[in-house]
Design a protein around this ligand. Structure first.
Ligand code: GDP
Ligand code: MG
Length: 203
């Protein structure tokens, strides 16, 4: 049990970047969280940004905006603009408003709910169709790995992620497990890839 993650991040490439990193300029990027209602998207944001957790479930209507400044592995300051979306079917039509301008998408499922992992097929397909040319960074996170009744094994998640050529992490918004690693990975990837991405109205 617990949280594990798999990354095949190119460490050599990161080291090279570290050497010529510009420490003076703050970069900024947009990240969107997508996934079924109830998987813990808002809790992940709350735990990561405020280090708190609300055990009562409050549905996110449309989307909520948060921001966080992060120092990446190569010492680069990055301002992350985070859009936490409502995962219910009726909000799906609004999702393009949030992901269209994003450089990274965090697709969240619940490790106790295999259907929530299958739902990520929908989001991967949607992103592939609508923003395929934008080199968007897509990451999968299995949340609630503190719970004993896990139904999606780490192996299954790894296979799912590999079949879509994306990285997968396991986290717990309740304990905070895996979140630093997850957001560090996202930020490092963003800093590596931002120069190759279309600039989409960042602030
Ligand atoms: P969202 O609809 O994806 O934003 O999901 P929420 O963040 O609102 O969380 C839905 C429910 O799951 C809430 O009752 C949370 O307290 C609970 N929850 C979220 N993350 C975790 C977690 O890591 N572990 C456990 N045990 N419960 C969680
Ligand atoms: Mg929410």
């Amino acid at each position: 049990m617990g949280c594990v993650h798999s990354t095949n991040q190119n460490q050599a490439e990161l080291k090279l970047k570290r050497k010529d990193a510009s420490h003076s300029k703050m970069l900024s990027a947009k990240l969107v969280l997508l996934g079924d209602a109830g998987v813990g998207k808002s809790s992940i944001c709350q735990r990561y940004i405020q280090n708190t957790m609300n055990s009562a479930y409050e549905v996110t209507i449309g989307g909520a905006y948060l921001q966080k400044e992060i120092t990446t592995s190569n010492g680069q300051l990055l301002k992350l603009h985070i859009w936490d979306t409502g995962g219910e079917e009726r909000y799906r039509a609004m999702a393009p408003l949030y992901y269209r301008d994003s450089q990274a998408a965090l697709l969240v499922y619940d490790v106790t709910d295999p259907r929530s992992l299958q739902s990520l097929d929908y989001w991967i397909g949607e992103l592939d169709e609508k923003v395929r040319d934008d080199n968007m960074i897509v990451i999968i996170a299995g949340n609630k790995c503190d719970l004993p009744n896990r139904k999606v094994s780490s192996e299954e998640a790894r296979k799912f992620a590999a079949s879509h050529s994306v990285e997968s992490f396991e986290v717990s918004a309740k304990t905070g497990d895996g979140l630093i690693e997850l957001f560090r990975y996202i930020s490092d990837q963003l800093v590596l890839n931002l120069p190759k991405m279309p600039q989409k109205g960042q602030s």
